[in-house]
Ligand binder design. Sequence first.
Ligand SMILES: [Fe+2]
Length: 138
Amino acid sequence: MIKWDAQYELGISTIDEQHKELIKITGRLSDLLTNAIEGDDIYDEMVTIIGAVTDYTVYHFQFEEELFNKFDYEYKDSHIAEHNKLIDEIRSLDLRAVDEDQVVYGKKILKFLITWVFKHITGSDFLYKNLFVEKGIA
Ligand SMILES: [Fe+2]
């Protein structure tokens, strides 16, 4: 079970809501895998969820990057490079491999998503927290 926790809160409600949404979508994959019974065909649902997480991530990163540019955030280059790397990694998930063993592969994808979503928030996003709060982003 994947859940939002107060420790992930930046105190910037627009961004916190976006992070909650990312965690919610990741949680859908987790629930799907938890509830799957051997032999279930969950391919289409996995593809849908991964598509949703990809689209939402692109949207969220663009939102952050617009603010980085607007405020000329000092770590914007490294943060944007991190975003690009993550988008590349998500896009390169080989969905054809899902057919081989759906649950096993799904769990690998889930682990990857959990790692990066939480690392992104607690690692990189906290670095811009003070600047955005100072600039009045709510
Ligand atoms: Fe973020």
